[in-house]
Write a protein that binds this ligand. Structure first.
Ligand SMILES: [Fe+2]
Ligand SMILES: [Fe+2]
Length: 164
């Protein structure tokens, strides 16, 4: 089998993943700015950190597409959503991570079945990081549900602490 043909499906999957990472990166950067504006400092910082991590994932995926002789499609998987409440943002972020983890598990297996262990390894490395993101969003959601307005008040108090 010609090399280009062999990696055709992997390149397709890597481009789908790239579009998803681009979306996550911009979505979290937007959440960062909204939370920062509301004075929710710890959460704002976490959204920025994950946005940057997703951007690094985009870089890794794009590099591998070129390595396999493919063409990079630098697009978004879907539109970026504007949200007002922390609950909406956390819920959406958690769902994004959950979907990504499912996709990467499936796509990694598919790449491996096509004889592309390198792409599988990349999906596995990425999905471990996405699991970390999902876990953090889940924890924030739980705190939010448990403490309600107090959770938000603590976010703002942390902001004041750093303003000294
Ligand atoms: Fe990612
Ligand atoms: Fe993530």
């Amino acid at each position: 089998m010609a090399e280009e043909k062999k990696y055709e499906r992997s390149i397709e999957l890597l481009n789908k993943a790239l579009a998803g990472e681009n979306t996550a990166s911009l979505q979290y950067m937007l959440f960062h700015v909204i939370c920062e504006d509301k004075g929710y400092r710890p959460l704002a910082k976490y959204f920025k950190k994950t946005a940057i991590e997703e951007m690094r994932h985009s870089e890794m995926l794009a590099e591998r597409i070129l390595f396999l002789g493919g063409e990079i499609k630098m697009v978004l998987a879907k539109g970026i959503k504007n949200m007002k409440t922390v609950q909406e943002m956390l819920d959406y972020a958690r769902q994004l991570e959950k979907d990504t983890i499912e996709d990467y598990n499936a796509w990694g297996k598919e790449a491996s079945a096509n004889g592309d262990g390198g792409t599988r390894k990349m999906f596995q490395e990425l999905l471990v990081q996405e699991e970390g993101h999902m876990d953090q969003y889940r924890l924030e959601m739980e705190n939010m549900e448990q403490f309600g307005d107090e959770y938000l008040a603590l976010q703002v108090l942390d902001n004041l602490k750093h303003a000294e």
